[in-house]
Design a protein around this ligand. Structure first.
Ligand SMILES: [Ca+2]
Length: 292
């Protein structure tokens, strides 16, 4: 740590969070309650003039299923306690005249939300934007054969949350499977014709993230008898330097009536010779199972 101020910044309010974790029993811990009490504590830190971290003013994007309508909604959140989030849906940056986020935004078509936290007329940090797609699979439930790696803070619905598009494997949008296959069963709310199935996959060889050795899609009306679909085709959806997002998709035998979609992505095994991390386990990363 170069200065005492930097050390203060790194330990506060982290120290409060550590105290919360080791002194409060797990069943009594609540993030919203901690966040509220922290606001009081931050006033104390302010009063004793230590250089504590004010936390991120970044707006986080997620989706959920509205329990009343059964339809998907976009949820905005932040580390701040009761932040005033202003947002737009036309691609422009929010200003102090933009609408305030008060409740989840119904998702009836693909959209791009840009949002920032304001205190009075002041924007606290550069706005963040997120595109959200809409597909039928979002209304379903997903169960994994092997859980995604817990270290990446992946939401349980990550594969069916409509949020895609990043090239960074550790931004919380990717479901990460080191050294194992990925199998998942998506249960749709009703048996209806499925027209297409697409799985988005990250390739980032520098981090030992490679495309699967094979992807198999199967559909079923009853969850017992599955029909295996044709080998998916692979297209490049996004490309950066040494990194790409690939789409494994199929539709040639479709539509078929289905309530269940099963996907199996095969881990190719140890990283081949000459590649970064050769001989170590290959990591598989997925961000959306798009079912129409
Ligand atoms: Ca996703």
């Amino acid at each position: 740590m170069p200065t005492p101020e930097k050390a203060e910044y790194m330990v506060l309010p982290r120290m409060c969070a550590l105290a919360e974790v080791v002194w409060s029993p797990a069943e009594l811990r609540s993030w919203p309650d901690f966040r509220r009490r922290l606001t009081v504590h931050e006033d104390r830190l302010e009063a004793v003039r230590v250089n504590y971290s004010r936390g991120s003013y970044r707006v986080a994007f997620g989706t959920a299923i509205d329990s009343a309508t059964g339809g998907p909604v976009v949820v905005l959140s932040s580390e701040q306690d009761r932040p005033r989030i202003l947002y737009t849906m036309d691609g422009s940056d929010p200003t102090r005249f933009s609408p305030a986020y008060e409740k989840p935004i119904p998702l009836t078509a693909p959209l791009t939300v840009r949002a920032a936290i304001f205190e009075g007329p002041t924007m606290k940090e550069e706005p963040y934007g997120q595109s959200v797609i809409l597909h039928r699979g979002m209304r379903g439930n997903i169960e994994y054969g092997t859980r995604p790696d817990g270290r990446y803070d992946t939401a349980p619905r990550a594969l069916i949350d409509g949020i895609t598009g990043s090239l960074e494997h550790d931004d919380g949008t990717w479901a990460v499977f080191p050294g194992s296959d990925m199998t998942a069963v998506l249960a749709l709310p009703q048996a209806r014709p499925v027209r297409s199935v697409v799985l988005t996959v990250l390739s980032r060889p520098w981090n030992r993230i490679h495309q699967p050795a094979g992807v198999v899609f199967e559909v079923s009306a009853d969850g017992n008898a599955y029909t295996r679909l044709d080998r998916p085709s692979v297209t490049v959806a996004q490309k950066g330097e040494g990194v790409s997002v690939l789409e494994f998709g199929t539709s040639s035998q479709l539509p078929l009536p289905a309530k269940f979609v099963r996907v199996t992505a095969k881990n190719p095994g140890p990283v081949p010779k000459g590649e970064p991390g050769e001989g170590m386990e290959t990591v598989l990363c997925f961000d959306e199972l798009i079912v129409e």
